[in-house]
Design a protein around this ligand. Structure first.
Ligand code: HEM
Length: 179
């Protein structure tokens, strides 16, 4: 997984909790280094271990934690890839273009990057259907990212997000509607 995701997880724990929580998290997970570089790709197993351990330490479920972390990620992801974002896009348009624009660029940047495949279709003027496919089973992170995008575009009170399958599968379907 992209080093940026690890860097942001570190910052998330440091800001939502504190630095000593992060140090305990690393120690409990048994990882030797806590320094992540945004140019590198780290084993997915490290992320699963960190999220699992963080869930245990906070008492939140791993899904809830991924959702919250997904929300937190959005402003940084949007900033990092801002050149690719059309200023006219809002939440639904952003979702429609993530696969072809953002995730495609992420794949080009490093052969080790493997963002999930997102099949996003506009099924009605104010509704998109997201079909997430990834062996990483991080659908809960996807739900959090969608919520983060709605907040980012100041549309959180108009957007409803409804997972139609379990968030834990390799295939997750999420309905997003704008009122
Ligand atoms: C601003 C737009 C976005 C950017 C720049 C972005 C970028 C990234 C990057 C860099 C990764 C790490 C990939 C890797 O290490 O292999 C990633 C993973 C991921 N992205 Fe995105 N993403 C964006 C939007 C979205 C959206 C809208 C969703 C969901 C609807 C989403 C769902 C995910 C998930 C769940 C992962 C975790 C890996 C996995 O499940 O396989 N992303 N994304």
């Amino acid at each position: 997984m992209h080093g940026t995701i690890f860097l942001l997880l570190k910052r998330y724990v440091q800001t939502q909790y504190d630095h000593s929580t992060w140090v305990r998290l690393i120690t409990n997970t048994g990882l030797s280094a806590d320094d992540f570089n945004h140019r590198e790709v780290y084993p997915d197993a490290h992320l699963y271990a960190l999220v699992g351990q963080a869930a245990e330490m906070t008492g939140l479920s791993a899904e809830k934690l991924q959702e919250k972390f997904g929300e937190y990620l959005v402003p940084d992801l949007m900033y990092m890839y801002s050149k690719l974002v059309d200023p006219d896009w809002r939440t639904l348009e952003m979702l429609e273009h993530t696969e072809a624009v953002m995730h495609t660029r992420v794949r080009q940047e490093h052969a080790g990057n493997k963002p999930p495949v997102l099949d996003v279709k506009r099924v009605a003027p104010n509704e998109v259907m997201i079909n997430y496919v990834s062996p990483r089973r991080m659908g809960a992170l996807a739900v959090g990212i969608v919520r983060g995008l709605a907040t980012y575009f100041d549309e959180e009170s108009h957007i409803t997000i409804e997972p139609l399958t379990s968030e834990n599968g390799e295939r997750v379907q999420i309905r997003v509607q704008r009122q």
